[in-house]
Design a protein around this ligand. Structure first.
Ligand SMILES: [Zn+2]
Length: 331
């Protein structure tokens, strides 16, 4: 796509990234502090990378807003702005300031990727200027059942598909069942040929260990189906790019860490689906042999997973235990 900003990092081969990511994990054990000019910070206390607040271009009129480790998508049109996850009040205020420097247009829509409070809080900033909040209908139920200060209920809900048309552009929203949360949606910007998917894939690689080994509010049974549905959509509509909702850090050929761009190719999506397929099949096979749940991670051959980006054996074993426990509830 001519209108996508090119990045020198796209040339980096995925398996190389995966190998190098292992080195990042090892280095991450040491305490590091930000140097002037670095585009991210590693915080040893939380084992987290964070990036300075800022806007990153994805395509003409399509951007991500970076806040800590999060990336939120927003789209500027001639008739208003569509923002996605407001994150929290402070982040939303910062996002509003950033948009004001780019356009005089009002924010007309806020779209929740899902209902978790770390992504959905802070919409009041945009509601105050008249924006409508859009979310999948199960998110509305979640917000009602487990209210959290700062997470506003949506004004517009939908079941499977909804299109926001604004200023000659569109943001299409798709729901493929429970995955991470029971209401996570995939967003498609047709003019940019780009999808936005939070928490299930981390472009440019999809072959990566889930950040949270405990898999909080993950519906393991439907994740392969969900990712396959997104792949089918991408193939059907010939969509080129996928944007993730969190930052990731790579290593260049000189061993220097860099902040990965917000978007990658659909390879990331395929790799993520292959990861879930493999992990589910291996856990199922081990449990079906009669292996006790506490022994599954030790009995399983973990070699295929050692090339995962962010691989950490201790955390991965916790993750395997979690998947095994989930399997006993049936999938
Ligand atoms: Zn979440």
């Amino acid at each position: 796509m001519a209108n996508i900003y090119s990045s020198r990092y796209f040339a980096t081969v995925t398996f190389l990234l995966a190998l190098l990511a292992g080195a990042v994990s090892a280095q991450a054990q040491e305490s590091e502090s930000a140097k002037d000019g670095e585009d991210f910070v590693f915080e040893a206390s939380s084992n987290e990378f964070r990036a300075p607040t800022g806007v990153e271009p994805v395509a003409d009129g399509l951007y991500t807003f970076r806040w800590g480790a999060a990336r939120s998508l927003f789209m500027i049109t001639d008739d208003g702005v569509i923002v996605t996850d407001p994150l929290n009040l402070k982040a939303a205020r910062s996002l509003r300031d950033a948009i004001s420097k780019m356009t005089d247009q009002p924010v007309k829509y806020v779209v929740y990727s899902h209902s978790h409070k770390d992504r959905a809080a802070g919409a009041q900033i945009f509601k105050d200027e008249g924006a409508q909040i859009v979310a999948q209908e199960k998110c509305a139920d979640n917000i009602k059942e487990t209210p959290y200060p700062g997470v506003l209920p949506p004004d517009i809900t939908f079941s499977d598909h909804y299109t926001i048309e604004l200023g000659g552009r569109a943001l299409e929203l798709f729901y493929f069942g429970p995955s991470h949360d029971n209401c996570l949606i995939t967003m498609w910007s047709r003019h940019a040929s780009a999808l936005y998917l939070v928490s299930l894939v981390q472009p440019p690689t999809g072959w990566s260990q889930p950040w949270d080994p405990m898999g909080a509010d993950f519906y393991f049974n439907n994740i392969v189906h969900y990712l396959k549905s997104v792949e089918d959509l991408a193939q059907r509509e010939e969509i080129d790019w996928i944007v993730g909702g969190w930052i990731s850090v790579g290593l260049d050929e000189n061993g220097k860490k860099f902040l990965q761009p917000p978007h990658g190719t659909m390879t990331a999506l395929t790799e993520a689906r292959e990861f879930w397929e493999l992990v589910m099949a291996e856990v199922k096979a081990e449990v079906d042999k009669g292996t006790f749940l506490t022994q599954v991670a030790d009995r399983m051959d973990l070699t295929p997973f050692e090339s995962l980006s962010r691989y950490n054996e201790e955390h991965f074993k916790l993750f395997i235990r979690r998947v095994a426990t989930y399997y006993t509830t049936g999938w």
